[in-house]
Design a protein around this ligand. Sequence first.
Ligand SMILES: *Cc1c(COP(=O)(O)O)cnc(C)c1O
Length: 365
Amino acid sequence: MIYVTQPTLPNFDDFTEKLKELWESKHLTNNGKFHQELEQKLAEFLGVEYISLFSNGTLALIVGLQALRITGEVITTPYSFVATTHSLHWNGIKPVFCDICQEDGNLNPDKIEALITPQTTAILPVHVYGNPCDNEKIQKIADTYGLKIIYDAAHAFAVEKNNRTILNWGDLSILSFHATKTFNTFEGGAIICKDATTKQRIDYLKNFGFAGEETVVAPGINAKMNEVSAITGLLQLPLYEKNRLKRQKIVNLYKAKLKNTKGIRFIKSNENIKENYSYFPIFIDKNKFGKSRNDVYDLLKQNNIFARKYFYPLISQFPAYRGLKSAKKENLPVATKMADEVLCLPLYADLELENAEKIIRMINE
Ligand SMILES: *Cc1c(COP(=O)(O)O)cnc(C)c1O
């Protein structure tokens, strides 16, 4: 069985060694020693100034929107994991779906302005598959209309453009450290913000609003990262770059051997971007390829290879959202087409090259 992804794990003995330390300290959560150390190490590693760790990426998104007091309507992409839009719903915010660009699957900045109303307060784009959004254009719109930008950067761990992190873009960036992501803490997440005051507010909110033993400054929630996850993160960090390069090798192999296949296209890469190789989506044009995306999905599945249709269906097609005017398929033609054509092929550091070759052969034959 080959799944679309497989988590990387630190050395087991290193892990138990750290756990011994934790057992002795009995400080299991609430901004413990490992939590503090991981925040500091991650800030250095990612090249950001302020980072707050969370129990998962979804709660980080929900709290990030609260921290900036986002209300009313938010313009977002339907081509993502459901948590992006759910985080708006959990804040009583109306999602307004905007179509995407065919080249990279990200929010199409040229389609944003037409969706702005007096109720719009923010834009929630996703760096889908880790490919950076067109931040310059999005920021310009946000500045013109006085909107905030919260980037769902769940796929964009350690991605850089022109040798600089993209995680400082917008007002906030949200990361996920879920088991299926390129950097995992079993479950986990983070918010990256730009000033100490905002980080302080976020840290209050993720801990019930406690600002002191007897002071609660906001109706916060419990979204803190525990010490076992923080330990995992500390042990994962030194392994990250080696694993990234292993994934790069697999991606390069997929690209080399599928690039001449008629009816299959990839997301274009860009030399200025340091990619994290978190996903490898291919887009299958049924008319040119001769078989549909679903045909390929089924064929691989019959051979115990579990590729995934990320992102099909579109978020805008789920019952909670499909009644919205912006969810209509005619408003989202590019997203609809990409969702129908996409297939993410297996990609993880320990995927053997021979198995990648096997997958390629099945598709090509
Ligand atoms: C994984 C993911 C999330 C949610 O993160 P969790 O840590 O699983 O809660 C949010 N947005 C996107 C785009 C994701 O892929």
